[in-house]
Design a protein around this ligand. Structure first.
Ligand code: UD1
Ligand code: CA
Length: 455
């Protein structure tokens, strides 16, 4: 096998997106387009990946990190000019160079592998990945001669009426003999409608030199979709979503309505978990087996155990154990650690709180900046008063505590193990273990009050 290199083109602004965000950073199922491309390329046994950056260079680099080397294309003079920027790193090397556009997020590793194999079997200097498009407008067209061999690629804007009828398109993914590529790039000119140095021109240049020029046609056009505007972005999102949901279902997850279920590409879900409609699961979320999630729930960056139920609720950046019951209408905010068998009921908000095993907050509570022990019962409407307008303070509720309904626990405060808080109390001082704390005015009944007010 020849040594393999890859160049990813990611320098363009993406004018047609009409966005402040650089095109290749637009997310598809929660992950930047160019990250999808790089993730697939890293499966291919590639010696060096070089990403060409320009617009938003620092942001693209920060997003991709150490998976790639980078070269800067200061002015975006075209795709040929973009590849030429990798010269300092790659020219002179012997091997096969794969070139992929950062705006084709659906391309799969298997297809690129098949392209490279075809290229090497044919002993070609260049092989272009092509596809049959139903609506080829906007793409470069593959011009073949009478014998079916590839002659050149003509861009849509430069194509004649006749050439525009061709439905076989350039997907923007290619394989080159590395040295032939960099030699030919020196000969590419910008004599075309857009005044750009086109990478596809390398094909005609090599052909004219009598080199072997080949094409590998994939049957799956969808996979090669180039995202130039928001319409194509939504299309890519739809296709990627279907692909992810299908994979999850094949792994044993029940998705009741895949059309209304949105799962990010890095989400892991265990078998026999059921996802109900209107649910969005994203980020680095990991969910165990036998869970029930949804309907209408949003979960981001959470680790969730087995047999947990989350209904009509929102959970962010938190750890949720096994056998937990959340919702309907609960809000689990970041840095919460909810241990096994906990119940968080309707209209309960949890923020940066540990909730010990078997504890319950069943109705209408706010528990923030708190350490709640195990087997604690938080009565309806009780809250931790964690904020004095400037700083936040900790509330500690030890194991087995019973907090009566509608209590305020003014932090910093500790309620000792097994203690009781009388309903309606406003607790400002620590409560010793096993004590009963009453912190409310004693009731006064004015007898016959109504008669006395009548005169
Ligand atoms: C390109 C191809 C076209 C193909 C299509 C497939 C050319 C000239 N045309 O057209 O044949 O059918 O892709 O999707 O190559 N980029 C740079 N620097 C530049 C210009 C572009 O890095 O100076 C990057 C862009 O960020 C993008 C990629 O190259 O990721 C493709 O550029 P784009 O302008 O989208 O090319 P298309 O017009 O789609
Ligand atoms: Ca494009």
């Amino acid at each position: 096998m020849l040594t393999r290199y890859a160049v990813v083109l990611a320098a363009g602004q993406g004018t047609r997106m009409k966005s402040k965000l650089y095109k290749v950073l637009h997310p598809v199922c929660g992950k930047p387009m160019v990250q999808h491309v790089i993730d697939q390329i890293t499966k291919l046994n590639i010696e060096q990946i070089v990403t060409v950056i320009g617009h938003g260079a620092e942001k693209v680099k920060a997003g991709l990190g150490g998976q790639s080397q980078y070269v800067l294309q200061e002015k975006q003079l075209g795709t040929g000019h973009a590849v030429l920027q990798a010269k300092t790193i790659l020219s002179g090397k012997q091997g096969t160079t794969l070139v992929v556009c950062g705006d084709t997020p659906l391309i799969k590793a298997e297809t690129m592998e098949a392209l490279i194999t075809h290229h090497e079997e044919k002993g070609a200097k260049v092989t272009v990945l092509t596809a049959q498009a139903l609506e080829p407008a906007g793409y470069g067209r593959i011009v073949r001669n009478e014998t079916g061999l590839v002659e050149k690629i003509v861009e849509h804007k430069d194509a004649s009426e006749e050439e525009r009828l061709i439905s076989e398109i350039n997907t923007g993914t290619y394989c080159f003999d590395n040295q032939a590529l960099f030699q030919a790039l020196n000969e590419v000119t910008n004599d075309n409608v857009q005044g750009e140095y086109y990478l596809p021109d390398v094909i005609e240049i090599l052909k004219n030199k009598g080199e072997i020029v080949s094409a590998y046609k994939t049957l799956d056009f969808e996979e090669t979709l180039g995202v130039n505007d928001r319409v194509a972005l939504a299309e890519a999102e739809r296709i990627m979503r279907q692909r992810i949901n299908k994979q999850q279902m094949q792994n044993g997850v029940t998705i009741m309505d895949p059309h209304t279920t949105y799962i990010g590409s890095d989400v892991e879900i265990g078998p026999d978990t059921v996802i109900m409609p209107g649910t969005m699961i994203s980020g680095k979320t990991k969910i165990g087996s036998d869970c029930k999630i949804g309907p209408n729930s949003e979960i981001k960056d959470c680790q969730i155990g087995d047999a947990t139920v989350i209904r009509q609720s929102v959970a962010y950046d938190s750890h949720i154990g096994s056998g937990v019951n959340i919702g309907p209408f609960a809000h689990i905010r970041p840095q919460s650690d909810i241990l096994d068998d906990v119940k968080i009921g309707n209209f309960v908000e949890i923020k940066k709180a540990v909730f010990g095993k078997g504890s319950k907050a069943s109705h209408l509570s706010y528990i923030g900046d708190a350490e709640v022990g195990s087997d604690v019962n938080i009565g309806c409407g009780s809250i931790t008063v964690n904020y004095d307008g400037k700083n936040k303070y900790l509330t500690k509720i030890e194991d087995g505590v019973f907090v009566g309904c509608n209590s305020n626990l003014i932090a910093p405060v500790t309620v000792g193990k097994g203690a009781y808080i009388a309903a309606g109390s406003t607790i400002t001082e620590n409560v010793p273990g096993d004590a009963l704390a009453l912190a409310r005015a004693r009731q006064v009944n004015k007898e016959n009050y109504v008669q006395k007010t009548k005169y």
